[in-house]
Ligand binder design. Structure first.
Ligand SMILES: [Fe+2]
Length: 297
C-alpha cells in the first residue's frame, strides 16, 4: 500500500530523446513561429498528451540530447512543481491583484501582442532595447493610488514566490542560479536606491500578469534562452493547461502549482480557461542578462 502511495506521489520523469531546437534560432517574428507550428504540429494542442494534474513532472534531456545542448542551457526543459505557493501566498497575491484591478488600471507596457487577445501588465525590471535595465511603465507610471497597489502586489510576489523559485533554481540548475545572482547584484546596485525597488532575490526580474490564458502558440523572444521562466496560476478556474508542442504534452497547472520552462526555445501556449485565473509569468529578459554577462552595468 505504501509502495502504491509513493508511486502516486512520485514525479513523472520524461526523457527527451533529441534536443528540440526547432525554434532556437528562428527570427523574432510571431507569425513565422505560428506558421511553423501549423506545419510541424498540424493536430494542434488536442493531439498532445494530457498529463496527470496531481503529479509533478519533469522533462529532462536524454544523455544523447545533453551532448547537443547549447552551452549554459538549464539542463531541463520543463518542470512542474506541486506546491509552489502556500494557501497564505495564494491569498496574499490573489487579494492584492483584485485590489489592483479594482482601480481600473490600463496596460502601459504590453509586449504580448502575438500571444493572446488580452494584454498583460509587465511589472518589475527589464532592459529590452535599453543598454541598462529599468523599471517598467506598469510599475511606476500609473496614478499614485495604482502604483501603491502595484507595490503591494509585487511585495506579495517577492515574499511568497521569489524564495521558493530561487531554491528550485539552485537545486535543479545551479549554474543558472549563479548567473542570475550575478545579474541580480548588478541590477540591485544600479536601482537599489529607487523608491520602487522590490527585491525578487534574482529568482526573476520581470513579471507578466493577466487574467485568462495565452492561447496562441509562441516562443518568448525577449526571454533569456538560458534562464527558466516560471508560470504560476492563481484563482478558481478550469482549463489553462500548459501546452508544450515539442515535448508532446499538455500539462494541467492548478492554483498554487507552478511550471518552469525554457520559453525562449520551446513553443508553448495555454488552453482556454474558465473562471477567474490570474496567470503570472516570471522571467529574465535576454538584454538584461546579456548586459550583466558582459559587465555593461
Ligand atoms: Fe510565453
Amino acid at each position: 500500500m505504501l509502495a502504491d502511495l509513493s508511486r502516486k506521489l512520485a514525479p513523472v520523469f520524461r526523457e527527451v530523446a533529441a534536443h528540440p531546437g526547432e525554434f532556437d534560432h528562428v527570427p523574432s517574428n510571431g507569425n513565422v513561429v505560428l506558421q511553423a507550428v501549423e506545419v510541424i504540429f498540424p493536430g494542434g494542442t488536442d493531439t498532445l498528451t494530457l498529463e496527470d494534474a496531481n503529479r509533478a513532472i519533469q522533462f529532462l534531456p536524454s544523455p544523447r540530447a545533453r551532448l547537443t545542448l547549447p552551452p549554459n542551457h538549464p539542463g531541463l526543459y520543463l518542470i512542474k512543481v506541486m506546491r509552489l505557493l502556500s494557501a497564505i501566498g495564494l491569498s496574499a497575491i490573489g487579494g492584492t491583484w483584485v485590489d489592483f484591478l479594482a482601480l481600473n488600471p490600463v496596460v502601459l507596457s504590453d509586449r504580448n501582442g502575438n500571444r493572446s487577445s488580452t494584454p498583460s501588465f509587465h511589472f518589475g525590471y527589464w532592459s529590452h532595447s535599453s543598454p541598462v535595465p529599468y523599471i517598467t511603465s506598469d510599475t511606476r507610471r500609473h496614478s499614485p493610488a495604482i502604483c501603491r497597489a502595484v507595490h503591494r502586489f509585487l511585495k506579495a510576489i517577492a515574499k511568497y514566490l521569489a524564495p521558493p523559485i530561487l531554491m528550485l533554481l539552485r537545486f535543479y540548475a545551479p549554474h543558472v542560479y549563479e548567473r542570475q545572482i550575478r545579474a541580480y547584484e548588478r541590477v540591485k546596485a544600479l536601482l537599489g536606491r529607487d523608491e520602487w525597488f522590490v527585491d525578487f532575490l534574482g529568482a526573476f526580474f520581470t513579471i507578466a500578469a493577466k487574467e485568462g490564458s495565452s492561447e496562441i502558440p509562441h516562443v518568448d523572444f525577449n526571454d533569456d534562452a538560458n534562464s527558466i521562466t516560471w508560470a504560476v496560476p492563481i484563482g478558481e478556474f478550469t482549463g489553462g493547461e500548459f501546452c508544450a508542442h515539442q515535448l508532446g504534452s499538455r500539462v494541467p497547472v492548478l492554483a498554487g502549482q507552478g511550471i518552469g520552462c525554457n520559453t525562449r526555445n520551446l513553443v508553448h501556449c495555454g488552453t482556454p480557461a474558465d473562471g477567474h485565473r490570474l496567470i503570472l509569468t516570471l522571467f529574465c529578459d535576454k538584454t538584461l542578462m546579456s548586459g550583466a554577462d558582459q559587465g555593461r552595468f
